[in-house]
Write a protein that binds this ligand. Structure first.
Ligand code: SF4
Length: 436
């Protein structure tokens, strides 16, 4: 099974958990498998090519292949793209389709009857995790109600469907019982959680609680583990969770994908919450919670972006002084509305603008990291070696941010929390020693 983004990873975990609950086993090799399930990504062209290659490889090596994931929902010339390229696959589903995938597995690889297993009442599946034991992604919703012009996720994953808050909190509690120390809340738009359900009441430990982001954060804050929020759009109610960060209930970390700062470009992008005064918002968040880490992503060279509009983006970065920034040169995604916009910029201009964003941000990020030298940071250990352990502070999400290199001969274990005194800062990472 191939993996893409954290949301696809959660889909893979659900499929594997259900398969295991039904008595199927997984294999590390194509050769030993009776069939192969390939979970795909279809967002950008590179991911499409990689997914199609993975399907081709599975067909060549094994022959019995079921395809699921975003690429499975893509069409080309009215025809399913996967079937068009790989006509021999057994079945194709879209993303978030555990039941459908299981039905196809039942058809092509019926369960063997086991008199002992089949007579047992169904057990709640323990849950297979594809992340290390000490952290886990918690998917709170599927799909998205927005229609950003550069994005095709709503056409692949559908409109927003939130999970009721009771189920989400129960899953989080189970993860904590299994030893998870950090929960990463993910969805396409975490701030919109519950909108589709009109914030319907559900039960958490016998109490009626609204299915809403602020309520969810309050519930997760009681679990005694790190809680990190991803894909939070700057709607007004986001302000309500910053005091919880200041109080140490959830990590002081916000992943807010601003994408641009110029009002006309944001309008062309059809971005949610684009009318908010974001420099002032960032300043207000920092006034409440000075330790907050703000990460964002931007697109440079959007169709029609003038030099002045691009400068507005650079000026925003200079004023907002975000901690961590990723920037992509605009790249048309097949099927996206933005492809029809006039004023496409040459590739080299898009790339130059991306590089200029990173150049401006590099110095800001460096200065923000330097401020941490001499401070003590709580660090969650990810890897241990004989003289150096690698961990992450509250400011570092796995896979996308920096790490903390801890010089120590102390016996540490993955999943430990330790206090680290920061002694140096590199471009993205920190270096430190344990506080005695
Ligand atoms: S908010 Fe916009 S970019 Fe994000 S998934 Fe929805 S449509 Fe795509």
């Amino acid at each position: 099974m191939s993996l893409g983004c954290p949301k696809a990873l959660v889909d893979s975990e659900r499929i594997l958990t259900q398969l295991r609950a039904e008595g199927y086993a997984t294999s590390a090799t194509y050769h030993d498998a009776d069939l192969v399930i390939v979970n795909t990504c279809g967002f950008i062209d590179a991911a499409v090519a990689e997914s199609l290659d993975a399907i081709g490889e599975a067909l060549a090596e094994n022959g019995k292949v079921i395809v699921t994931g975003c690429l499975g929902a893509k069409t080309e010339g009215g025809e399913n793209l996967v079937r068009k390229v790989h006509g021999k696959v057994l079945a194709v589903t879209g993303p978030h389709a555990t039941d459908e995938v299981l039905q196809h597995v039942h058809t092509h690889l019926p369960k063997r009857h086991d008199q002992f297993v089949d007579l047992m009442p169904p057990l709640p599946p323990a849950g297979i995790k594809l992340t290390p034991r000490h952290y886990a992604y918690l998917k709170i919703a599927e799909g998205c109600n927005h229609r950003c012009s550069f994005c095709i996720i709503p056409s692949l994953r559908g409109d927003l469907v939130s999970r009721p808050i009771g189920a989400v909190v129960r899953e989080a509690e189970n993860l904590v019982r299994q030893g998870v120390r950090e929960i990463l809340v993910i969805s396409q738009d975490t701030s919109a959680y519950g909108v589709d359900l009109r914030y319907k009441l559900d039960f958490v430990g016998g109490r009626a609680v609204k299915t809403k982001m602020t309520e969810l954060v309050r519930e997760l804050a009681q679990l005694g583990v790190w809680v990190r929020l991803h894909s939070v759009y700057p709607y007004p109610h986001v302000d309500e969770i910053v005091p919880l960060m200041a109080a140490g209930k959830v990590l002081p970390y916000l992943d807010v994908p601003f994408q641009h700062a110029d009002p006309r470009i944001l309008k062309l992008m059809k971005r949610p919450a684009s009318g908010e005064r974001n420099v002032e918002r960032v300043a207000a968040w920092r006034a409440i919670c000075p330790e907050i880490t703000i990460r964002s992503t931007f697109i440079a060279g959007f169709p029609g972006e003038t030099e002045a509009e691009f400068e507005t983006l650079l000026q925003f970065l200079r004023e907002a002084r975000l901690d961590r920034v990723g920037c992509f040169a605009y790249s048309p995604v097949s099927g996206a509305a933005a492809n029809e916009l006039p004023g496409a910029l040459p590739d080299e201009v898009r790339e130059q603008r991306r590089a200029r964003v990173m150049q401006v941000q590099q110095e800001i990020s460096r200065q923000r990291l330097q401020r941490k030298i001499g401070t003590a940071q709580r660090v969650l250990i990810d890897r241990v070696g004989p003289t150096v352990a690698i961990g992450r502070s509250a400011a570092d999400a796995p896979e996308i941010d920096g790490v903390v290199h801890i010089k120590t001969r102390r016996r540490l274990a993955v999943g430990d929390f330790i206090e680290v005194k920061i002694t140096a800062a590199r471009e993205h990472d920190l270096v430190g020693v344990p506080v005695d």
